[in-house]
Design a protein around this ligand. Structure first.
Ligand code: SF4
Ligand code: SF4
Length: 507
């Protein structure tokens, strides 16, 4: 384990006293030229970076009216100060959402407001200096763009959007973040975040087919690049092998099998994740989204379904139609995009899936609303579907379920601490400390109801919890995929019956 103190979990959450600069040392690795240039950014800090940064800020505030409104409208009411998990976990006052916004706001005021130009000290305006840039690099990489603060802001100011703009500016001056930019470059070159080429992917899926058939005696398929399939499944590449993600993929495949669906994965668009959002780059987000369009057209599918990935669903829900539409070549009877939870839920409602809930009786579950799904998307055709649908699926497949405290779930959910492009080992201290509010809420249901496992529908949350659980005294495998629960409990109509087993025993 890394060398820092894990926050103590308290019975009643306490707003911490501020510790100035306690996380100033936390910074992700800076991207080298090889990861900057494929995304269209300079390879290193450009000579006139101060001017480039100020110009880029001007360009962004002109393009995105919301950014200027957010920068102009804060009244310093303080309602957001104790709402960020990174402030609650680190005590660093610059992790208060309003203070984080001010890091950009002070530069905006200096160059783009009358008062800031002529009376900078009066309005807290500051020049764009290297010290400011370093502060940006540190603290805009301590925001997971989860939008929790915006729920509590009376003006709805979205710090996530300000963080995205700051990261876009840093990329433009040649100071991007290695983790995100390296991953985006891999998607452009190979098709997924993991750099898994087509033969390796085909091999992995073939191995999964053999494993599942050996396990349950049913030839559940994991099709790849099947032209003319009805459904294109776009899923995070972690689903192909990481635990517990792959158990979720097995769950989707069993649902498709039982529904008799014709489906396929694509080796070209073998990634649902879209890190373009994390770096605030709408252009890179668009380039990644267009890969899904190309795959859908080439395969001739009729509909597109997204696997369990929080930010991928946010990008798909908010931007897929704008960036990669029109989807007039798909079947108009289905929404574009559609979430795998919507698909499974509809089948449950239609009585087309049967479950043996006792298969999950060794677990008592709770559910973590992933921040991107909770506050930036919907599911189904009713408001709040993103909260009810995953829970209805869990309750259909498990006997033992308890929610965490109401002020930590639903729209008020806490981020796992690893979202927004921060899921990298160079930010481990931040990730562990930022997970504290979620861990505190989890502890209450562990203590009160004997909860043993946390279910989620986000690849980042799953990886993050597997990593941070041990810091808080829980097991790495206590995090599970929602479709893992589905896959365990589903009764497949063509599964060999116990009688078949008895017959075989007689032979
Ligand atoms: S968007 Fe989330 S991580 Fe960022 S400041 Fe707001 S609460 Fe904190
Ligand atoms: S809640 Fe909104 S208006 Fe109040 S300080 Fe925070 S960002 Fe500013």
């Amino acid at each position: 384990m890394a060398d820092f103190e894990t926050p103590e979990l308290k019975e009643i959450p306490i707003i911490p006293h501020v510790k100035d600069g306690s996380m100033a040392h936390s910074k992700p690795y800076v991207a080298k030229a090889e990861f900057q240039e494929p995304l269209g950014y300079p390879g290193e800090l450009v000579d006139n970076w101060e001017q480039v940064a100020v110009d880029k800020l001007g360009e962004l505030k002109g393009k995105y009216r919301s950014l200027q409104v957010f920068l102009d409208s804060c009244v310093k009411c303080g309602a957001c100060t104790d709402k960020c998990h990174y402030y609650l976990g680190t005590s660093d006052p610059k992790n208060m959402p309003v203070a984080r916004q001010d890091l950009l706001r002070k530069v905006y005021r200096r160059y783009y407001t009358f008062a800031g130009k002529y009376f900078p000290k009066l309005v807290g305006a500051e020049d764009m200096t290297k010290e400011v840039l370093d502060d940006w690099y540190s603290y805009f990489h301590q925001c997971s763009q989860c939008r929790r603060c915006s729920v509590f802001c009376p003006y709805g100011i979205d710090t996530a959007e300000i963080s995205m703009a700051a990261r876009e500016i840093m990329d433009a001056v040649g100071m991007g973040q290695k983790y995100c930019n390296e991953i985006i470059a891999k998607v452009f070159k190979i098709g997924n975040n993991l750099g898994l080429p087509e033969p390796a992917l085909a091999d992995t899926l073939e191995g999964l087919e053999e494993e599942v058939e050996e396990d349950i005696g049913v030839p559940v398929k994991f099709p790849l690049d099947v032209k003319g399939a009805d459904i294109l499944l776009v899923t995070p590449s972690a689903d192909f092998f990481a635990e517990p993600h792959v158990d979720g993929l097995i769950g989707y495949a069993k649902v498709f099998h039982e529904a008799g669906a014709s489906w396929t994965l694509s080796s070209y668009a073998s990634e649902a994740a879209n890190f373009g959002m994390f770096i605030g780059s709408y252009e890179n987000m668009r380039r990644i989204s267009r890969r899904i369009r190309k795959a859908a057209q080439e395969l001739g599918v009729k509909r597109i379904i997204f696997g369990e990935c929080g930010h991928a669903w946010r990008v798909a829900y908010a931007f897929l139609n704008t960036y990669a539409g029109p989807w007039d070549f798909l079947d108009p009877n289905y929404p574009v995009p559609q979430h795998i939870c919507e698909y499974t839920y509809d089948l449950i409602q239609e009585g087309k899936l049967k479950f043996d809930k006792s298969e999950n009786d060794h677990m008592t579950l709770t559910y973590h609303d992933s921040c991107n799904v909770a506050r930036a998307t919907r599911m189904g055709d009713k408001p709040g579907g993103q909260f009810t649908i995953p829970r209805e699926i869990i309750k259909a497949t498990c006997n033992n379920y308890y929610d965490m405290p109401a002020d930590t779930i639903g729209e008020a959910t806490f981020c796992c601490g690893g979202g927004g492009g921060l899921l990298t080992d160079d930010l481990m201290e931040l990730r562990v400390k930022g997970a504290m509010p979620r861990m505190q809420a989890y502890k209450t249901v562990v203590d009160d109801h004997g909860v043993t496992n946390l279910a989620a529908i986000c690849a980042i949350c799953k990886t993050q919890f597997a990593k941070v659980f041990p810091y808080y005294g829980y097991g790495m495998t206590d995090i599970v995929s929602v479709h893992q629960l589905v896959g365990e409990a589903i009764i497949l109509s063509d599964a060999p019956s116990d009688d078949d087993d008895d017959d075989n025993d007689d032979e």
